[in-house]
Design a protein around this ligand. Sequence first.
Ligand code: ZN
Ligand code: ZN
Length: 375
Amino acid sequence: MTDAEPATTTAVRGDWGPHARTPAARSLGAMIAAGRLPHALLISGPAGVGKRDLAIRTAQALLCESGESDEGPCRECRTCRRLHDPSQPALEPQHTDVEVIGPGALCAEPTHDHRNTRTIGICVIRRIEHVATLTPFEARRRIIIIDPADALTADAADAFLKTLEEPPGPVHFILLTVQEARISETIRSRCRSINLAPLTADELDAWLEDWARTAGVQVPEEAERRAELTRLARGRPGWLQASLSAGDPVTLRAAQIDDAVRIAAADRAERLGWSDQLSGRSSNAQTVANIELILDAWTDWWRDLWLALGGRMDSLTHTSQRERIEQIAPMYDQHHITQFLEQIQRTRALLQQGVNARLALDVLLLSIPVARTSP
Ligand SMILES: [Zn+2]
Ligand SMILES: [Zn+2]
């Protein structure tokens, strides 16, 4: 190895994934190679940015049969494959010393049924406390991933503090959350924080190329469509993976924009009918998830109209909709669009606070800006 070696050389042995060149993976790699990974990590970052993926890769790096290195796990040895099987990417880790805890996890009480629970209660933490005292079954240490850590109830979080501070055995806890502020200060102060920022467009595009080739997934080759796809992803590789596996995100977005345009032109009854259809017989949680996708699309769409009114056609997200944007934007007042974008943000916050999803959507639908003339 020489001093002249460029910093962008791809690691040969290990693979930290989409975030390989970011400070997050670099500091994880350095701590693991030095044998100084803290017992408690808190990884935060937006949904779809790749927190779970990085947590699994950290577990792999700690247990990898080719040893610990700052370059990340090999992803190919038997142990790495038990934690992540590329042919079954949705499968949970199949290793006795690695566990992912989420709502619905097993607890210490044989009579409890948590299948429909949305939180992680104290009975689950009691079991984890016990597991943490046991000698690892196969490996030199245990890894327990808590996803999302903000699902811990206040009682559970309190009970967890002591284990987090002084683990009774060789165990690493990796807590995940979309927002660090959702985790109590007492938990945060006992964890090493790692923030996973969205990737830059270039980083995302470079990773997409590699990933699509290995995963055998089609990505649009045409430059403009490809660029729009990257903009829609807003730096989140996990989002791209999930949406490309489900279809063509640019086409899906075009359909969501059709809806946005139709609903903006509709009267009150039609808007509420649409909301009715959307909430239908789904659970509140499912409705929240559906509405969040719509809010993403509407934010991007109305921002495009706002940008067009400000003469900033070069900054559009949906360049494939340029003509439509030019045609529709002049019907609106830029100030009204600003207010509506703020209303979308408020709706998002309300949904996260757990208000009734249907109600939040209805309020939003009735505050859509009024067009000066119909299209
Ligand atoms: Zn390995
Ligand atoms: Zn329980």
